[in-house]
Ligand binder design. Structure first.
Ligand code: BG6
Length: 489
């Protein structure tokens, strides 16, 4: 796979000994190094409150790599060169310990790209940003990367944006949504905007509806405390599913360039019909899993038997514009479902008239499936003649447009989203990062739903762990004469 070199850089990771760093950031940087993309003079400077020094941080990183990197990618030569570029500064994010030392460590490298990655709890975003300004780090062309959650409602997102803009210009701010770094998400843009085939059909005249599913088989995995304060709307829908919806629905930008793409996404979010207290029951279904077999209940997983937080959410979104008026977008996501499946499916309308009579009565409209997980694939569901003699029988087949074989990618690993996103930060490409106004608009839409739920006072519906979700979620789409696609492949 081709790589485009990036310039020398210093990357400072706040929260470098945390879970995200261990599972994703350190392995992603290592993979980029063995791909030859990281210039040898670059430095990765870990920072956290832990009593650590350079050597113990290197040991921490080595253990992270041994746990999260494929064994065949680990060899002592690569490991050695990676560990050599790691440094560590012990710091207090909300105090003054370590900041001068960080300044000294970075002294003398002003000419290279410098990025600060905030992989810390949201309560520390403010204090760290203040200190970046106070200690003189907020200079051009410094970049600051902010992990989710970006606020928990419109007001807090707006406050965080204000705080960021005290020290940094929008062109220096990289708000991460790791879904934007996934291969299929970018392929969705290639499919739509590098081919003329789909564009004439990509509207409510031809598309019956769109389904966006992010089903997880895992539960809250030791993040119960955070998760129970958030729920599926804040954790998944306001950000990841919203981004998938935007890229599916947006108008073609005039260039594949950060602001042009983000302008178009913003227009989609602004065109979303608000879901009001009157239509909350018909447009949304929330759920919580109950114990089933080995799996314990959501209540037990989060240690709160009174919880009203949803870990499943299905909703019907409508976009009020010329292209999409009349074509609903059904979104659903949940924990502890039957299997892990993430897909965007565009379901086209049935033919206006079936010339096959009874023989064609069980056929469905064509469906374009863009699958992100468990594996990357794009398929087109087509109706064809069942092969062989004996009259005209019709059946549905899946036209596999996966590029694995075409590109000889079989067995090759697709880079993780974080690999791409980290290198984009260094390269200074914001196309796959969210702009401030985009995040605020998404929160505005989500807020009205969150408020309507709290007014309605209805608890989430229960569903069996390992099932396809609550019965009512099936009804949400059945009422419109449609059905969800199977969660199982
Ligand atoms: C994270 C959420 O942003 O995305 C998690 O906080 C979720 O709850 C995860 O499990 C899903 O990401 P992926 O890449 O595994 O689909």
């Amino acid at each position: 796979m081709k790589t485009i070199p990036v310039p020398d850089f210093d990357l400072v990771v706040f929260g470098a000994t945390g879970d995200l760093s261990k599972r994703k950031l350190i392995p992603a940087l290592y993979y980029r190094m063995i791909a030859g993309q990281i210039p040898p003079g670059s430095r990765i400077i870990g920072s956290s409150r832990r009593e650590m020094d350079k050597n113990s941080f290197r040991l921490f990183a080595k253990q992270a790599l041994e746990e999260f990197v494929k064994p065949d990618k680990l060899n002592s030569k690569h490991l050695q060169s990676f560990l050599e570029i790691l440094d560590f500064v012990r710091m207090d994010a909300s105090g003054d310990v370590g900041w001068k030392q960080l300044a000294e460590t970075l002294e003398g490298s002003r000419d290279r790209v410098r990025a600060f990655y905030l992989s810390i709890s949201p309560g520390l975003f403010g204090p760290v940003l203040e200190r970046l300004v106070k200690y003189g780090f907020a200079i051009e062309p410094t970049r600051v990367v902010v992990e989710k959650p970006f606020g928990r409602d419109f007001a807090s997102a707006q406050a965080l944006n204000r705080q960021l803009s005290n020290g940094f210009r929008e062109s220096q701010i990289y708000r991460i949504d790791h879904y934007l770094g996934k291969e299929t998400v970018q392929n969705l843009m290639a499919l739509r905007f590098a081919n003329s085939l789909f564009e004439p059909l990509w509207n409510s005249r031809h598309v019956d509806h769109v389904q966006i599913t992010v089903a997880e088989d895992i539960g809250v995995e030791g993040r119960g405390e955070y998760y129970d304060q958030s729920g599926a709307m804040r954790d998944m829908v306001q950000n990841h599913l919203m981004q998938l919806l935007c890229l599916t629905a947006m108008e073609p930008p005039n260039m594949f360039e950060a602001d042009a793409v983000r302008d178009e996404k913003l227009k989609v979010i602004k065109a979303l019909e608000p879901i009001t207290p009157e239509d909350i029951a018909a447009h949304t279904v929330r759920g919580q899993y109950r114990a089933n077999g080995e799996a314990q209940s959501y209540f037990d997983d989060v240690g709160n038997s009174d919880s009203r937080t949803e870990c499943y959410l299905a909703l019907k979104a409508e976009i009020a514009n010329w292209r999409w008026s009349g074509t609903p977008f059904y979104l659903r996501t949940g924990k502890r479902l039957r299997s892990r499946l993430t897909e965007i499916v565009v379901i086209f309308k049935d033919t206006p008239h079936s010339i096959f009579g009874e023989k064609g009565s069980n056929l469905h409209g064509n469906a374009l499936v863009m699958r992100l997980q468990p594996d990357e694939a794009i398929t087109l569901q087509m109706n064809i003649k069942d092969p062989g003699p004996g009259g005209m029988r019709l059946r549905e087949v899946s036209l596999d447009m996966s590029f694995k074989d075409q590109l000889n990618l079989d067995g090759a690993e697709m880079p993780d989203a974080y690999e791409r996103l980290l290198m984009d930060v260094i390269r200074g490409d914001q196309t796959l990062f969210m702009r401030g106004d985009e995040v605020e608009a998404a929160w505005k839409w989500a807020d009205s739903i969150l408020q309507a739920w709290s007014k309605s006072g209805h608890p989430p519906r229960q569903y069996d762990a390992g099932s396809s979700g609550p019965e009512d979620a099936m009804m949400l789409i059945h009422r419109d004469g449609r059905r969800w696609r199977d969660i199982q492949l």
